[in-house]
Write a protein that binds this ligand. Structure first.
Ligand code: MSP
Length: 521
């Protein structure tokens, strides 16, 4: 059985509608999985929603409704339509209130209890409902004389309950060995260092149940308690693909063909949950740990993490209405090194839209198609070659592939856009519009037009994971669909093979791929 490349995003809290910070992670996951699909790999891409816990429960109460109705409405009206609108091609969407999840969580928990990893104890200490996290006194900051969570700047609550505990402390050594032996298991390096330092400082056992509210999965052997929301949520990555099902069942087979996950994409604020608690839970159950946890940085507004609770959340639609969906998908991955924080600014986005997308890419497409229409009646001339251009393409593909597979989206996009600039330079230098004035130059003119169209074919394939709708338009404009088949079926490994567009194919002009912004407001 072939193992799929399995990538997950965090599952998002449904206390509110999505903002661009959430979209940042999901778009990155979508681009990476589309890239791997175009490498010919079998891929499984999971996203979903985290629906239990006090944060969601309280929001429902504040809105005079019950949690289940609240989450059903938000998932239906806000989250799923948002991912559709951003062209996210996830294979599955898990909700933690689904039975397939709750049943498997209970089975998993029972097995940990049966194998002696869980005990009863008393938890006393601070808790941040915004993070849904038990805090250490040293984690807190003081605001107006109150102990507050540094992420949410809101007062913490004191919890004093009898709970069930997971023996997390027993796994620090194993995890340290794991991260030291597998440097790729946690990235980027700053994230790995943080996790190693955290593990070295010693880890306490974890309270994994709550008794003061009931919006959660009941602990199977003690139904007065519900499972701690993070313990429930982390399991989604494995319950969605059949964890705990027997090997010969459908779920068991799915598990065998996906697990371990290849990449868990997370924001840096939730790194420890994923790089410490989650693998410890898996080791305790005798299950393989994920191959990689990658922590990206935050989108900042005014120097702080953008968030709905601080009223700095920007809805994706606010940006896509102005710039379009593909420019949105392009901008954040192009502008911010994945792993670092980055500030969003309309000015920077407008500048890149105009120079990189409208001028470098969009204009190249429109002027090439217009020239083939004008000088060749819209029929592609005979196959020709340009050694320098072909060499640049080979280089761009190699660079882009290694960068994107290492989650260096910026490096990958730059390599592709550099090739786009090279093609622009080629057209500018060869001046086909001047050659076209004298019929004696016909063969030179045809060569230039063919080489440009063939370069655009490659750009359509390489940029497709990032900007699928735009590249689809380009693919149609090149007449490529009829001769080469679906764009998404084109392989990265084959993209640099020159001469794939045959002579005579019909090239048509299309409306501007990236219209001038003032026309678009
Ligand atoms: N429900 C948990 C995750 C459970 S996964 C088993 C959660 N949800 S969240 O909705 O608060 O955040 C989900 C993801 O969005 C996190 O990776 C977080 O880092 C990311 N982002 C939220 N705000 C962000 C920015 N301002 N910038 C970038 N990413 C941000 O945590």
């Amino acid at each position: 059985m072939t193992k799929s490349f399995y990538l997950t995003t965090p599952i998002y809290y449904v206390n509110d509608a999505p903002h661009i910070g959430h979209a940042y992670t999901t778009v990155a996951g979508d681009v990476l999985t589309r890239w791997h699909r175009q490498k010919g790999e079998s891929v499984w891409f999971l996203t979903g929603t985290d629906e239990h816990g006090q944060k969601v429960m309280r929001t429902a109460e504040e809105n005079n409704t019950v949690p289940q109705l609240w989450v059903d409405r938000l998932v239906r009206d806000a989250w799923k339509p948002n991912w559709d609108a951003l062209n996210i091609a996830n294979d599955d969407f898990i909700r933690t209130t689904e039975e397939r999840h709750t049943v498997r969580v209970q089975k998993f928990l029972q097995s940990l209890k049966d194998s002696g990893h869980i005990y009863e104890g008393k938890y006393e200490g601070p808790y941040c409902v915004g993070c849904e996290e038990f805090k250490l006194p040293g984690d807190l900051i003081e605001i107006d004389g109150q102990k507050c969570c540094p992420t949410h700047s809101k007062p913490i609550e004191l919890v004093n309950e009898n709970n069930w505990f997971f023996k997390l402390s027993g796994f620090s050594q194993r995890l340290l060995e794991h991260y030291r032996a597998n440097p790729d298991a946690c990235a980027p390096e700053s994230a790995r260092n943080e996790v190693i330092a955290f593990l070295e400082s010693g880890v306490s056992d974890l309270s994994i149940s709550r008794s003061t509210f009931d919006w959660g999965i009941p602990v199977p052997w003690d139904t007065n308690q519900v499972v701690y929301v993070w313990f429930d949520a982390l399991l989604n990555y494995a319950t969605a693909v059949g964890l705990t099902d027997t090997p010969d069942s459908e779920g068991g087979k799915k598990f065998a063909s996906t697990w371990p996950a290849d990449v868990h994409l997370v924001g840096k604020d939730i790194l420890r949950f994923h790089a410490v608690i989650w693998p410890a839970m898996l080791i305790a159950a005798g299950i393989e740990v994920p191959k990689k946890v990658f922590a990206h940085g935050w989108l900042l507004v005014g120097g702080e993490k953008m968030s709905k609770s601080k009223l700095t959340g920007i809805a994706p639609k606010d940006i896509t209405d102005h710039f379009g969906i593909d420019a949105f998908r392009y901008y954040f991955l192009r502008a911010i090194p994945f792993g670092s924080d980055g500030s969003f600014s309309w000015e920077d986005m407008s500048a890149r839209y105009t120079s990189e997308l409208a001028n470098d890419f969009g204009n190249l497409v429109s002027r090439s198609a217009a020239m083939i229409e004008k000088y060749c009646d819209g029929r592609l001339p005979a196959v020709s070659h340009d050694v320098a251009l072909e060499a640049e393409l080979v280089k761009a593909v190699a660079q882009a592939d290694s960068a994107i597979c290492a989650l260096d989206f910026q490096g990958g996009i730059l390599a592709i856009m550099e090739f786009c600039k090279t093609v622009n330079g080629y057209v500018t230098e060869k001046e086909p519009w001047i050659l076209a004035k004298d019929p004696a130059n016909e063969s030179a003119l045809n060569e230039i037009l063919y080489n440009t169209a063939e370069s655009l074919r490659a750009l359509a394939v390489l940029l497709n994971p990032l900007m699928p709708s735009t590249c689809e338009i380009l693919w149609d404009s090149l007449g490529a669909q009829t001769v080469l088949g679906d764009l998404s079926a084109q392989k990265i490994d084959d993209v640099a093979r020159w001469g794939q567009l045959p002579q005579g194919v019909t090239v048509t002009k299309v409306a501007s791929l990236f219209p001038r912004l003032e026309d678009n407001v």
